[in-house]
Design a protein around this ligand. Structure first.
Ligand code: ZN
Ligand code: ZN
Length: 913
């Protein structure tokens, strides 16, 4: 393949190291193209919105993404962040809109060659698959479009490496933010050399997408109406496409501020373009009607468009990627044939919902990647349209910067200040304008460059020759130096050998170095010998040459002389014929001279031969000299390496010396420390020994004490044994005592039981006794009463009769009870009428009625009778009756008390003093 290069190229590139961080200009290595690949020298590139999208992307997304439509991507950070399916890989080289020249091609690349002016595209066209062969599709099905880290045929591979050899990812298979890039041949389109680089660059992506959408996808017809939603670079390119197609009404709806902020005259390479207001921008791009969102009022944008177009636009383009805007576009399109073309993908992933009845009324929705453009087929057509001044591309370029200011291009795009910012790879600012005039100048520049290269090459060759000569001259000096170095190295080696004996590693190094030195010494010797021989030969040859030269010079002199003589001799010979005797002499002279001349000629011939031989010999000598030079160069190189080695050795030696010095210092320090610590230790030792001695003495004492203690312990043990025996005996005795005690306790218990029995018996007896006493007292009382009655009766006969009756009946306790019943309700008069009776009653020693007992003790002031009542109130009602018969009207100086003792009621009457 022509121009195929197998060398990697070192060049500059703007590398993105992490998402959202400014690009860094780094030196990178670009590998040569592999099979089906092309290496391109990028002339200029520009920043597209997809670069910004992926530059900002922190993580991979999981949904397809429509490229190169300029939405305000800020909104993707909103609550319903879309999910895409592309890896966010870093470090990466961005850029996919570019123009360049093919530097070299890989194997099997047929349609491109070195020097071709090309634009790389993110969409490939293999020209082999069904889709590429059909007019109905522009999406290749063989090498499917994907945002991958590598190339279509080498999905994970890369052709970029940083200066540390680390791989750098590709972007969309283009990666144009680099001076050189490798692109798959299916993604490279050749363009006419006449198209200026900056304009051709726009065909690579943005302009083609917009223009293609109107021209190829929608197929806008002349006189039709077009509504464009979103006026970024793509929206304006749609307007440009619609203008080319002859649309009569082009309505622009700048739903965001992108186009309103365009700053054409900024300090950052803004071009001096005289259309810096909204209206002039629109007019420049062929927009006939502007709808300002702020001026709509109550009306919706679709109503406004329907009003302008009298029923709806024929073609509505959505260039932002918002579902609501897509709906607006659909609503604005004409019933019957209105087409809605979607160029932006919904940035929040929202679905597009469209009323089906409107579809049934003939409206349709469509969309495509890259504006439906087939790169290899359609971009050259667009380029031709540009050259025919049909398609205007230059007006898209609002700013220009160089590669080192690429971050400015990002700022301008993010701030909505630029439509397209051309990034020139060549730093020479004055070349930019020349670039704008087309590849003719480019070719001149290339030619100049080539000339410069040629001159540089010549110079280099010359200087190289000079250098070789100089090298030969310097070789001896170098050799001498090398020898000195070697000697020094030897000495160093000896020293280092001596010093580095400890380290086996160093030893092996020294051995290898020695071997190398020996080898270099030998080669040097050989070289010197050969050099000496050569020099000798050279000197001999020189001498021969000198001799030959002298001979030649002498011969020449002789010839000249002879010729002069001969010239003089001819007239002389003429005169000689006249004068015979003189003529004969001249004739002889002439003959002699002639002979000499012949001889001289022969000698000259011989000399010539000798000269030729000499030249040959010299050539040989020269050849040998060259060989010697080469040998010398080799040996010089060897000497150089030896010198370097010795230098290295020297350095290592110095390092080792330093280390050794440090080590010896350390050793001295350690020794001093050791001595100090030794002295301290000795002091401590003596202390220890004295301490130990005293301890030993103590130990001996302790031992003796111990022995004594042991003895006492033994005797103690014996005593303990005896005591144990005694204890055992005591325990046995205790047991016996315990048993006796148990027996005694048993007996005791039995005795207690019998005692209790006896106690109860005594209680019973006592009770019985009490009863008997009570009855006895009652009996006595009744007797007394009877006696008093008897006395009364004795004083009156009626009373005596009654008293007689009572006396007979009172002989039994029952009779006494009856008597008491009779006195159940005694009147107080009775007691007052009978004071004598009361006195005698108190003194009487009669038994109390049945159920009443006599008081156990009589106090001195006790005058009445005391009765004990047995039983409780509940179960001895009979007795209670007795109790109720207690006389209630006692003399005023008598007091009645009653108390309950257990189940026994007792009442007492006392005389009050
Ligand atoms: Zn793009
Ligand atoms: Zn294909």
């Amino acid at each position: 393949m022509a121009g195929q290069s197998s060398q990697p190229i070192r060049c500059k590139a703007a590398v993105c190291r992490a998402a959202g961080e400014p690009l860094v200009i780094e030196e990178i290595v670009v590998d040569p193209p592999k099979a089906h690949e092309v290496r391109i020298k990028i002339v200029c590139t520009s920043l597209c919105h997809s670069d910004v999208t992926f530059w900002r992307m922190q993580v991979g997304l999981s949904r397809p993404f429509s490229l190169c439509v300029p939405p305000s991507i800020d909104r993707s950070d909103g609550p319903s962040r879309p999910k895409w399916d592309f890896p966010a890989v870093f470090p990466r080289i961005f850029g996919h809109e570019a123009f360049g020249v093919v530097e070299s091609v890989g194997e099997h690349v047929e349609d491109l060659a070195t020097g071709d002016a090309v634009v790389p595209t993110f969409l490939g066209q293999c020209t082999e698959c069904v889709d590429c062969g059909s007019d109905r599709s522009n999406v290749c099905s063989k090498y499917r479009f994907a945002v991958r880290a590598g190339l279509p045929r080498d999905v994970d591979g890369t052709r970029f490496h940083d200066r540390h050899g680390a791989p750098l990812s590709h972007f969309l298979g283009v990666s144009s933010f680099s001076e050189y890039t490798v692109v798959d041949a299916t993604q490279v389109v050749r363009v006419d050399h006449a198209v200026p680089p900056a304009s051709a660059c726009l065909l690579s992506c943005g302009a083609t997408t917009g223009v293609g959408a109107a021209w190829k996808l929608a197929k806008v017809e002349p006189g039709s109406s077009v509504a464009i939603f979103g006026l970024g670079a793509v929206g304006l390119a749609v307007a440009e496409g619609a203008r080319i197609c002859g649309a009569s009404t082009i309505i622009g709806y700048p739903c965001c501020e992108t186009v309103l902020n365009v700053d054409y005259n900024s300090d950052h390479g803004g071009r001096d373009i005289q259309y810096n207001t909204v209206d002039t921008v629109g007019k420049k791009f062929g927009v006939t009607h502007f709808i300002n969102p702020q001026e709509l009022g109550e009306k919706s944008v679709s109503e406004a468009i329907i009003e302008i177009t009298d029923g709806g636009a024929d073609y509505c383009f959505e260039c932002i990627g918002l579902a609501s805007l897509m709906n607006d576009a659909f609503r604005s399109s004409r019933e019957g044939w209105g087409k809605t073309i979607i160029l932006g993908v919904e940035m929040h992933g929202a679905p597009l919902s469209i009323p089906s009845h409107e579809i049934l009324h003939g409206k349709c929705v469509m969309g495509s990647l890259f504006g439906g453009v087939k790169p290899k087929q359609d971009i050259p057509i667009l380029a031709q349209k540009y050259l025919n001044r049909e398609l205007e591309l230059d007006k898209f370029i609002t700013h220009e910067v160089t590669l080192k200011d690429i971050n400015t291009a990002f700022d301008l795009l993010l701030q909505g200040k630029s439509l397209r910012c051309t990034i020139w790879m060549d730093n020479l600012a004055h070349l930019r304008s020349q670039h704008r005039h087309g590849p003719r100048i480019l070719a001149q520049i290339a030619e100049q460059h080539l000339k410069k290269c040629a001159i540089r090459t010549n110079k280099m060759q010359q200087s190289r020759q000079d250098a070789v000569d100089q090298q030969v001259a310097e070789l001896r000096g170098e050799l001498r130096k090398a020898r000195q170095e070697r000697d020094r190295a030897n000495r160093g080696l000896e020293v280092s050998e001596w010093k580095a004996l400890a380290s086996a590693n160093d030893r092996t190094t020294i051995e290898t170095l020695e071997a190398e030195l020996d080898a270099s010494r030998e080669s040097e010797k050989r070289m010197l010998e050969s050099l000496g021989m050569q020099t000798k030969q050279l000197e001999m040859t020189k001498i021969e040459l000198e001799e030959a030269r002298i001979e030649i010079a002498s011969l020449h002199d002789a010839v000249h002389r002879l010729e002069a003589i001969a010239a003089a001799a001819v007239p002389a010979a003429a005169t000689a014929t006249a004068t015979t005797p003189r003529g004969g002499r001249y004739e002889r002279d002439y003959q002699r001279v002639r002979g000499e001349l012949r001889m001289a000629l022969v000698a000259e011939e011989k000399n010539k031969k000798a000269m030729e031989e000499l030249v040959l010999a010299l050539k040989e000598v020269n050849g040998e000299l060259r060989a010697t030079r080469q040998q010398l160069a080799r040996s010089q190189h060897e000497a150089e390496t030896a010198r370097l080695e010795s230098d290295r050795l020297h350095v290592s030696l110095k390092r080792k010396d330093d280390k050794l010095r440090a080590l010896s210092d350390e050793v001295a320090r350690l020794r001093a420390d050791a001595e100090d610590s030794f002295a301290a230790w000795r002091g401590k030792e003596s202390g220890f020994t004295s301490c130990m001695r005293s301890t030993e003495a103590e130990l001996a004492d302790t031992r003796r004490e111990n022995a004594r203690l042991l003895e006492s312990q033994r005797s103690g043990r014996d005593e303990i044994a005896k005591l144990r025996d005694i204890l055992k005996q005591a325990v046995k005795d205790t047991k016996v005592v315990k048993e006796a005690l148990e027996e005694a306790r048993g007996e005791n218990a039995m005795l207690r039981e019998t005692l209790g029995d006896k106690d109860t018996a005594v209680k019973c007896t006592k009770q019985e006794l009490e009863c008997l006493r009570v009855t006895e007292a009652a009996a006595r009382d009744s007797v007394k009463e009877l006696q008093s009655l008897l006395v009364a009766t004795s004083s009156s006969p009626t009373a005596a009769a009654a008293g007689m009756k009572l006396a007979t009946s009172s002989s039994s306790p029952i009779a006494a009870g009856i008597k008491l019943e009779m006195e159940d309700s005694p009147s107080p008069n009775v007691s007052t009428e009978l004071p004598g009776l009361m006195k005698s009653y108190s003194e009487a020693r009669v038994k109390p009625p049945a159920g009443l007992t006599l008081p156990r003790r009589r106090s001195d002031n006790f005058e009445g009778s005391v009765y004990d009542i047995f039983g409780s109130m509940e179960d001895q009602k009979g007795d209670l009756r007795v109790f109720s018969t207690i006389p209630r009207s006692l003399p005023a100086r008598r007091r009645l008390t009653m108390r309950k003792v257990g189940s026994l009621f007792r009442w007492k009457s006392f005389s009050i003093k």
